[in-house]
Design a protein. Structure first.
Length: 162
């Protein structure tokens, strides 16, 4: 098996692992007890979790549609650019896809995204979940990889113009 094929299989396994891990975390949340980790992070119980649900069913459909469109665009980018994209960028996009798919599952099956992590020192910040953290990390890694690639591209252009 070629190295690129192995890396693509690892990427698919990573995405599936992230989805399963996030869903297991949400499934195993306590029903009543809440807890704090080092007085910084608070785990909110299922009963008190912040489920982002709009009462208007049109908005729910809009969120689901937006998630599907964005995920389809990211997956298409990964497929179209699979031969030219470096593995770090694929990992970054894989994190976005894994977290996005897990949140999409919540929207479809539970009516909204279950958010259960509250950062105590940021009072006005809403609760978040593991999938949202993974999406944010993936986005940051993607932007960093894009910046590194752009910097390399600028250096190549300068050398060619000399």
């Amino acid at each position: 098996m070629k190295t690129k094929s192995k890396k693509n299989i690892y990427l698919i396994i990573l995405i599936i692992f992230l989805i399963i891990l996030d869903q297991i975390i949400k499934f195993t949340l306590p029903n009543e007890n809440e807890g704090k980790i080092n007085n910084l992070i608070e785990i909110i119980s299922k009963d008190n979790s912040e489920i982002l649900v709009d009462k208007n069913s049109n908005n729910k459909l809009t969120y689901i549609t937006t998630d599907i469109v964005v995920l389809a665009l990211v997956i298409r980018l990964m497929i179209v650019q699979k031969d030219t994209m470096n593995f770090k960028t694929k990992i970054a996009l894989g994190l976005i896809v894994g977290g996005g798919l897990s949140n999409l599952i919540d929207r479809i099956l539970k009516g909204g995204v279950i958010n259960y992590i509250k950062i105590s020192s940021w009072e006005h910040m809403p609760a978040i979940n593991f999938a949202s953290i993974i999406i944010a990390i993936g986005f940051i890694l993607f932007v960093v990889n894009l910046a590194i690639y752009a910097k390399k591209d600028i250096k190549i252009d300068k050398k060619e113009s000399e």
